[in-house]
Design a protein around this ligand. Structure first.
Ligand code: SF4
Length: 331
């Protein structure tokens, strides 16, 4: 590990000021990804700005019926928060599908958004990687790419975003609150993470020095008909090969509103509003769900080892929507 400085921030303004004064500094909360990245010499911050003492641990009900989640709320506390369990079970299910109890105790809401890909080549500093060293190449293109992207990838990078929580947040149309040197702003969840394009080194649209302070959920939580389906190599402590967050509002036997997001398939949680359009106003049935699954992979491209993900998405979408109709979590 490289030497680095350490600062404990007393408030958000101080944290942002410190980050603005040192472009190579990074914020640290739970450290469940960042410390690994530092140990493997994938990242070498000049300074860690400890934000764990900042007042960002509240979960607040908002006057418009939404819920504001402080960036330092742990994944464990969020998954079991009574408001989340009762009103946003999709989010609770997705969080509990990820990592391990020990990691969920440490990992923060803000940090979950910022975790980096688990592409094997990214974590091997002896190999080229456009995300780690721009312009050096992408060995995954012709290498072992079983866990890699089938949607939205580029010839520069085919990595996937590893989070489960973020797939649910995409389906729920969350908003991210950030504060930076230029002030505070909100970012729609769909615009928070990026596709790789020609700049795979950038995972998000955060500007330098910006700190995630909260995530806001809108009023509509799809409590009665939501399900998170995660398909992985083993039943716990494994990243998704494919995951689906499905949420429906049913009225008089018809789908009044629909949300779908995919994980494990792209550089960001993959939400395709045209797939949701296919569901609205229709009666839920397996033939419709199969058409939606087919639609979601219409532009998918396998790279060899990950070709199986295309068929897996088709089937996982059907099953997730069946589970959502039934109002249950993954069997
Ligand atoms: Fe690096 Fe992306 Fe290629 Fe993985 S897929 S080796 S992260 S450039």
């Amino acid at each position: 590990m490289n030497p680095f400085g350490y600062t404990r921030a007393g408030d958000v303004a101080e944290a942002v000021r410190t980050a603005a004064s040192d472009g190579a500094a990074q914020f640290i909360a739970g450290g469940t990804n960042l410390v690994d990245l530092m140990k493997e010499r994938i990242t070498a911050p000049s300074r860690l700005i400890d934000i764990t003492r900042l007042p960002l641990r509240a979960v607040e009900s908002l006057p418009d019926g939404g819920l504001k989640i402080g960036a330092l709320v742990s994944n464990h506390d969020l998954a079991y928060h009574p408001e989340v369990v009762a009103r946003y079970p999709l989010l609770s299910q997705a969080i509990l599908a990820g990592a391990s109890p020990q990691l969920r105790n440490m990992a923060s809401t803000g940090g979950n958004l910022l975790q980096r890909t688990r592409c094997y080549y990214f974590y091997d500093a002896a190999l080229p990687c456009n995300k780690r060293a721009p312009g050096s190449g992408c060995p995954a293109l012709a290498g072992v790419n079983r866990i890699h992207a089938i949607l939205g990838a580029s010839e520069q990078c085919i990595a996937v975003h590893p989070s489960d929580m973020c797939v649910a947040l995409a389906a729920l149309a969350a908003t991210v609150h950030v504060t930076g040197p230029a002030g505070s702003r909100t970012i729609e969840f769909a615009a928070f993470h990026r596709l790789p394009g020609d700049t795979p080194e950038r995972d998000t649209n955060l500007q330098p020095g910006e700190l995630v302070t909260a995530v806001e959920l809108p009023r509509q939580g799809f409590a009665a008909h939501a399900s998170y389906l995660k398909v992985r190599d083993r039943h716990s402590y494994a990243f998704a090969l494919v995951s689906v967050a499905a949420a429906l509002e049913l009225e008089d036997g018809k789908i009044a509103e629909a949300r779908l997001a995919l994980g494990g398939v792209a550089h960001k949680p993959w939400r395709d509003p045209t797939a949701e359009d296919l569901l609205r106003g229709r009666s839920p049935d397996d033939a419709l769900f199969a058409r939606v699954g087919e639609h979601l992979v219409r532009d998918a491209r396998g790279r060899g080892h990950n070709d199986f993900k295309i068929a897996l998405v088709r089937r996982a979408v059907v099953r997730a929507l069946q589970q959502a109709v039934a109002g249950g979590s993954q069997a």
